[in-house]
Design a protein around this ligand. Structure first.
Ligand SMILES: O=P(O)(O)OC[C@H]1O[C@H](OP(=O)(O)OP(=O)(O)O)[C@H](O)[C@@H]1O
Ligand SMILES: Nc1nc2[nH]cnc2c(=O)[nH]1
Ligand SMILES: [Mg+2]
Length: 161
């Protein structure tokens, strides 16, 4: 279980994806992008737009049920990407690095980039934007919604901090 949570807003995610695109631009041209679903889909769309890259393939991997990790399962292969030559692999984050290692084995010539990296996953990336502590759980904009919070003066004494 995570010790703390870090919330990423849509604005922050967009800025971080554009920063990643700027770092990837001089390493191109890229023939295509492989998004790791589902978390890599929105970052891949933003990066594809910035790099003017319209060939977006996907690989579907299931690694977590909420915060519980399981053996990763590939439920759709990225057939258009061949061995990965000329392709970028994009994901939202690496945590243990297990998902990234699995996808890299399937696309050995591709370049792996993500927005956020925890220390255990960092060696499995070629590029990332922000390092996040291992015990922090990242909450993406699609994981959250604004919620009413009562004013301090109206909260029960035993719940006020
Ligand atoms: O480095 P790891 O420990 O392998 O974890 C990273 C993976 O876990 C999450 O995917 P998840 O399986 O939760 O699926 P989702 O992208 O569909 O939400 C995240 O989007 C990465 O793909
Ligand atoms: N949303 C989210 N998914 C994950 N999958 C593995 N680590 C994380 C994380 O920190 N946040
Ligand atoms: Mg994922």
């Amino acid at each position: 279980m995570a010790v703390s949570y870090a919330t990423v807003t849509w604005d922050q995610l967009h800025r971080d994806a554009r920063q990643l695109a700027a770092a990837l631009m001089p390493l191109g041209p890229w023939q295509g992008i492989v998004a790791i679903t589902r978390g890599g889909l929105i970052p891949a769309a933003i990066i594809g737009r910035e790099l003017d890259c319209r060939l977006i393939e996907s690989i579907s991997v299931v690694s977590y049920d909420e915060e519980h990790q399981s053996e990763p399962r590939v439920i759709k292969m990225p057939v258009a990407a061949g061995d990965g030559e000329g392709f970028l692999i994009i994901d939202d984050l690496v945590d243990s690095g297990v998902t990234a290692q699995l996808v890299r084995r399937l696309l050995p010539k591709a370049y792996f980039a993500c927005l956020y990296a925890k220390p255990s996953g960092r060696p499995s990336t070629d590029k990332f934007v922000v390092e996040v502590p291992q015990e922090t759980w990242i909450l993406f904009p699609w994981d959250t919604a604004p919620l009413f919070v009562p004013p301090l003066a109206r909260s029960r004494p035993d719940t006020a901090t």
